[in-house]
Design a protein around this ligand. Structure first.
Ligand SMILES: [Zn+2]
Ligand SMILES: [Zn+2]
Length: 164
């Protein structure tokens, strides 16, 4: 799925290239009580894995992610910092007991990746209905957004500095 997600990113974001990196074992971030993975420590590891020539690094995982104040997150990124992370787990219709739909999962993954990388590129959440930077609390809300940035958000895109 990574090449397809990468191609989707290049269609919407101002990136020069996208290439897959090495895998990361996220066992260190597992919370046995919640049976989920804490996304913030994974972001920190990702930041350390970022090639010096890259402005951003995106992690894609099947693991269910959380941050302590929320029951789950589709992904996480810190504002204007290089690392971003998305989970495919709750993008899959099968998570909700529905038939699997690879095309839908890929489109949701692309949108979540663009959304989190929007945070990397300095954007906060947007209230425009069609904007990819609108916050989503359910998978169906990801489907209702447009595939890209509203004009206002597009104007605000700014790469993080190379040293983070
Ligand atoms: Zn967000
Ligand atoms: Zn917007």
């Amino acid at each position: 799925m990574l090449p397809a997600i990468g191609a989707g990113l290049q269609a919407v974001l101002p990136c020069d290239w996208v290439q897959p990196g090495p895998p990361l074992d996220a066992a260190f971030a597992y919370d046995p009580r919640r049976q989920q993975y804490w996304s913030t420590p994974i972001l920190q590891r990702l930041e350390a894995m970022r090639p010096s020539t890259a402005n951003a690094i995106l992690g894609v995982t099947e693991a269910d992610l959380f941050i302590p104040i929320l029951t789950f997150v589709f992904g996480e990124a810190l504002l204007s910092r290089p690392p971003a992370l998305i989970s495919l787990r709750r993008l899959r219709p099968s998570f909700y007991g529905l038939p699997e739909d690879p095309d839908l999962v890929l489109e949701r993954a692309r949108r979540e990746a663009v959304h989190e990388l929007g945070h990397v590129l300095g954007l906060v959440h947007c209230r425009e209905f069609g904007c990819i930077m609108r916050a989503s609390r359910a998978a169906e809300e990801i489907d209702l957004k447009g595939p890209g940035f509203c004009p206002q958000c597009r104007l605000g895109l700014a790469p993080p500095t190379a040293d983070g």
